[in-house]
Design a protein around this ligand. Structure first.
Ligand SMILES: NC(=O)c1ccc[n+]([C@@H]2O[C@H](COP(=O)([O-])OP(=O)(O)OC[C@H]3O[C@@H](n4cnc5c(N)ncnc54)[C@H](O)[C@@H]3O)[C@@H](O)[C@H]2O)c1
Ligand SMILES: O=C(O)C[C@H](O)C(=O)O
Length: 343
């Protein structure tokens, strides 16, 4: 049947002044996105869900946790943002939450306590990530997957192996979320230079733990103002930002609100890519051939299939080259640990 172009004008009422205005009929609106948050009832999951509810690109939000999510969903469902929220809980419902999702953000798993390293969480969190990754492969293989769960450096490799086992691994679609390192770098540099942190752009490459976090001050925009000692002290603060929060929260978890903010920024960048309207490059931990480490965070431009362009290593000064070398040695071990776990 030949389809005629619909010229119908739909009148809608402005919620502020009550005047009628011409609106786009719903069948002509551009398709927007279903995002699933796994581990949604947790410290990061709840504020992330809240931020995603307010993003106009998200039309369906699926919240899943092993803990009940019904009350949390009811709460979100009263928001007049135009995003429909659906709740799922228990291991059996994870697949339904994931089904048809354009983006799956995985934040399920244990956070660390003072004195623990992120690596300490591996045994608990690796099976959770492996299961979620396998379900994405089986039920929504086109989805872009952001892994927030620690230790990111190792569990992203776990997810990749789980997807390979299902025969559905696409390296353009799997990301370890390292945006919090970028957010911290921009904030600490902005404060130091007494400028708005939102005006700062700096690539933070490597991984997401201690010395694997490599902020590239030589490429900071606007150019960084400060001496070598000053750079060293801010680098150290970015690398230990997570420890700073873990210590301050004193056995009540790790970064949740700043992480939710960072994850919402990252999810928004992925959605802009899916729409074919990418913003500036964002760093994330992805399969990479830029160094000897099979995974590395570098600046990426997103597109309809995930990574449209991996910009690879930025230009590095001598100090940054040394830092990257240390990072790559550690990352190779973390990735091997993840791969071995899935053998
Ligand atoms: N990538 C980063 O920059 C970054 C930053 C902060 C925290 N993290 C990590 O994110 C993870 C979550 O942190 P949090 O503070 O939200 O922890 P949390 O304990 O508050 O929340 C985790 C949630 O995951 C749920 N969960 C556990 N197993 C699950 C499963 N099998 N299926 C579904 N849900 C499950 C729990 O019920 C809980 O609600 C931790 O591993 C933490 O280390 C990463
Ligand atoms: O430090 C942690 O354990 C959480 C997270 O990785 C962070 O950087 O804040």
């Amino acid at each position: 049947m030949l389809r005629r172009k619909c010229k119908a004008a739909v009148m809608a009422q402005c919620r502020h002044c009550w005047r009628l205005y011409q609106a786009t009929p719903s069948h002509m609106q551009t398709r927007q996105f279903k995002v699933a948050v796994i581990g949604a009832a947790g410290g990061i999951g709840q504020p992330l869900a809240l931020l995603l509810m307010t993003n106009k690109l998200v039309t369906e939000l699926a919240v899943h946790d092993i803990e009940p999510t019904t009350g949390f969903r009811k709460d979100l469902s009263h928001m007049d943002t135009g995003c429909q929220v659906k709740a799922y809980f228990g291991s059996d419902q994870m697949k339904t939450a994931i089904k048809g999702a354009d983006i799956v953000m995985i934040t399920a798993g244990m956070p660390r306590k003072p004195g623990q390293t992120r690596d300490f969480l591996f045994d608990t969190n690796a099976p959770i990530v492996a299961k979620a990754a396998a379900l994405v492969s089986e039920h929504s293989s086109h989805a872009l997957v952001g892994i927030i769960t620690n230790p990111v450096n190792a569990v992203v490799a776990v997810a990749a192996e789980a997807m390979k086992k299902c025969g559905r691994y696409d390296p353009r679609r799997l990301f370890g979320v390292t945006t919090l390192d970028v957010v911290r770098a921009e904030k600490f540099i902005g404060d130091h230079m007494e400028i708005n942190p939102r005006k700062v752009r700096i690539p933070v490459i490597g991984g997401h733990a201690g010395t694997t976090i490599v902020p590239i001050f030589s490429q900071c925009q606007p150019p960084f103002e400060g001496d070598k000692e000053c750079i060293e002290s801010i680098v150290k603060r970015i690398q230990t930002g997570g420890d700073e929060v873990v210590k301050a929260k004193a056995f009540k978890g790790s970064a949740t609100l700043s992480m939710a903010y960072a994850a919402a920024r990252f999810t928004n960048a992925l959605m802009r890519g899916l729409k074919g309207e990418p913003g500036p490059p964002e760093c994330a931990y992805v399969e990479s051939d830029a160094t000897d480490s099979p995974f590395l965070s570098t600046p990426l431009t997103f597109g309809p299939k995930g990574i449209a362009k991996n910009h690879g290593l930025p230009e590095l000064d001598e100090r940054e080259k040394q830092q990257l070398k240390v990072a790559v040695d550690a990352l190779k071990k973390s990735v091997s640990k993840g791969v071995k776990y899935m053998e």
